[in-house]
Design a protein around this ligand. Structure first.
Ligand code: MLT
Ligand code: ZN
Length: 468
C-alpha cells in the first residue's frame, strides 16, 4: 500500500490527490457523525470522470488497497470514513447537470451535484425534485443515493430511491455498469437500481444518475402549530394522520430544539412554544386553503397555544432555514451530540416520544427530539457538555442510544429511517436483524465486491464486536 499515493498521482495527476501533509487531508478523515475519532486516509482522490473512478478502482483492486467512496462528507453515521485505511475516493468534483428534460421529466446528473442546486435548476424550468435532506445546501445527490436519504417532504413524496430511475455504477476493479432506465415505468429484468440505492457505497461507486422529476406544485404554504409540550404535539400529529390529511411535510420539534435556533432564526418562534408541529401543504390554492383550515381547526381542538400560517415565500424560507439549522445548532451548543434517526410505525409515534423521554429521565442525559414525525422518523439527539474524547462519556451516550434502539425495535420500528447504518450503528444491527438475514446481505455485497475492499467495515458488525 505504501506507494499507492504515488501510483494514483501518476495516473490522475497531482491536482487530483489530497495526500499526507495537504492542508485539506484532515477533512477526509471526518464526516458529520458524532465519532470523536479521526480516520486519516492514505490520500483522497478527487475524481472528475467515470474513467478516473474506473482507473482508481482498478489500481486499488490490483494493489489490494481499501477504497472508501465519499460524496460531500455530510453523512451522519461515519459511512464515508476510511475505517480500515486505504484511500478515500471523492466525487465532489463531478458537479455537472448533464441534462434536464421537461419532456421526459428526468434529469441526468453527476454524483457531486449538490441537491439544492439540482432543485433550483429544475424548479427554474417548472419541475420539482422532492427529496430534501436538511443538508440540501451542501449534500450531494450521489451521497443521497448511497444512503437513500429522506427529508421533510418524504412524508408526501417519498425518499430518494423513489426518484432514481437509472444509475451508472463503477465496480471494484473498474467495470462500468449502467442499469435502470429513463422511462416512467420499466420492469425489464431485476431492479438493480433499487438494489444499489441505500447500500452506502459498499456495492459500487455511482458515477451518473437519472433522476425522476415531477411538475412543480403551483403553490405551497407552511403552518405552525404551537403546543405546550412534545407529547401534545405528537398527539396532534397522530390526529392529522388519522384524519387522512396528507400535507407534504409533517414535522415535530421539541423545546430544546426550538431554543437552540431562536437566537439565530430570522423567524420569531413564539416564546411559549414547548413544542411545534411544522407542516406544509401544496397544490392548487383552493385545496390548500381548505386543508390549512381543517388542520388549523384540528390544532385548536387539540389545545394548540397558537396556529401560525406562513404563506409568503420569504417567511416560509425563514421558517425552513431555521428548521434546517436545528442539527448544526445543537452541535454548537453541546460538546457531545449523538443524533439518531429511529423510525417507528406511525401508530406508535406518541408512545415512542414518551419512551425517549423516559430514557432521558432514567439516564440523566438531555435529549432533543425533532424531525419527520409524520413518518415516525424521529431525530433523537442525546446531548452533553463533557469531553467527547473521553471513552467513559462515549460509553454512557451509546448505552443510552442502545436503550432508545431497544424501545424502537420493541415498538416495531427500525434503527435508521434515513441516515443509514455506516460505522456508528453497525454494532447495533443484531438488535434488529438476524444473523441469517445479515449473512444473505453479506453474500449480496460479495457478489459485487468479492474483494471486500470497497467501503469495508460498514453496515454490518465486525464479527467479533457484535453488541448483544
Ligand atoms: C434533519 O432532518 O435535520 C437531519 O436529518 C437530522 C440531523 O441533521 O441530525
Ligand atoms: Zn432528517
Amino acid at each position: 500500500m505504501s506507494d499507492i499515493v504515488g501510483v494514483l498521482e501518476r495516473e490522475l495527476g497531482s491536482d487530483a490527490i489530497v495526500g499526507p501533509g495537504h492542508e485539506r487531508i484532515e477533512d477526509y478523515g471526518r464526516d458529520e457523525s458524532p465519532l470523536p475519532e479521526y480516520y486519516p486516509p492514505a490520500c483522497a482522490v478527487l475524481c472528475e470522470s467515470t474513467a478516473q473512478i474506473a482507473a482508481v478502482l482498478r489500481i486499488c483492486l490490483e494493489r489490494k488497497v481499501p477504497v472508501t467512496p465519499r460524496g460531500a462528507g455530510s453523512g451522519m453515521c461515519g459511512g464515508a470514513l476510511a475505517v480500515e485505511g486505504g484511500i478515500v475516493l471523492s466525487t465532489e468534483r463531478m458537479k455537472k447537470i448533464i441534462e434536464i428534460s421537461p419532456d421526459d421529466l428526468v434529469a441526468v446528473v453527476e454524483p457531486g451535484v449538490v441537491t439544492g442546486v439540482l432543485q433550483e435548476a429544475v424548479e427554474a424550468q417548472g419541475m420539482f425534485y422532492p427529496p430534501d435532506p436538511a443538508s440540501l445546501e451542501y449534500c450531494s445527490i450521489g451521497g443521497n443515493a448511497a444512503t437513500n436519504a429522506g427529508g421533510p417532504r418524504a412524508f408526501k413524496y417519498g425518499v430518494t430511491r423513489e426518484y432514481i430511475l437509472g444509475l451508472e455504477v463503477v465496480l471494484m476493479g473498474g467495470e462500468v455498469l449502467r442499469c435502470g432506465r429513463r422511462t416512467a415505468k420499466g420492469v425489464t429484468g431485476y431492479d438493480l437500481v433499487a438494489g444499489f440505492v441505500g447500500t452506502e457505497g459498499t456495492f459500487g461507486v455511482t458515477s451518473e444518475l437519472v433522476v425522476k422529476l415531477l411538475p412543480k406544485p403551483p403553490a405551497a404554504a407552511t403552518l405552525l402549530g404551537v403546543f405546550a409540550n412534545v407529547a401534545l404535539a405528537g398527539t396532534a400529529i397522530s390526529a392529522i394522520l388519522r384524519d387522512g390529511l396528507r400535507p407534504r411535510v409533517l414535522e415535530i420539534a421539541d423545546k430544546m430544539s426550538i431554543d437552540v435556533i431562536r437566537a439565530k432564526s430570522r423567524y420569531r418562534f413564539p416564546a411559549d412554544a414547548g413544542a411545534i408541529v411544522l407542516l406544509e401543504v401544496d397544490g392548487d390554492p383552493d385545496g390548500m386553503a381548505m386543508a390549512m383550515e381543517r388542520i388549523g381547526m384540528r390544532f385548536d381542538e387539540l389545545g394548540a397555544l397558537d396556529v401560525l400560517a406562513a404563506t409568503e415565500p420569504a417567511e416560509r424560507r425563514a421558517v425552513w432555514e431555521a428548521r434546517r439549522l436545528i442539527s448544526a445548532s445543537l452541535k454548537e451548543n453541546y460538546r457531545v451530540k449523538v443524533n439518531e434517526d429511529i423510525c417507528v410505525p406511525r401508530g406508535r409515534i406518541v408512545e415512542m416520544l414518551a419512551r425517549i423521554d423516559r430514557v432521558s429521565a432514567d439516564t440523566g442525559i438531555p435529549c432533543a427530539v425533532f424531525g419527520h414525525a409524520g413518518d415516525g422518523n424521529l431525530h433523537c439527539n442525546l446531548l452533553g457538555h463533557d469531553d467527547p474524547a473521553d471513552p467513559a462519556v462515549q460509553q454512557r451516550m451509546w448505552a443510552a442510544a442502545r436503550m432508545v434502539f431497544a424501545h424502537t425495535i420493541e415498538l416495531g420500528g427500525t434503527l435508521s429511517g434515513e441516515h443509514g447504518i455506516g460505522l456508528t450503528k453497525r454494532d447495533f444491527m443484531p438488535m434488529e436483524q438476524s444473523e441469517r438475514l445479515m449473512e444473505w446481505q453479506r453474500k449480496w455485497k460479495s457478489m459485487w465486491d468479492p474483494s471486500g475492499l470497497l467501503n469495508p467495515g460498514k453496515v454490518f458488525p465486525a464479527r467479533q464486536r457484535c453488541v448483544e
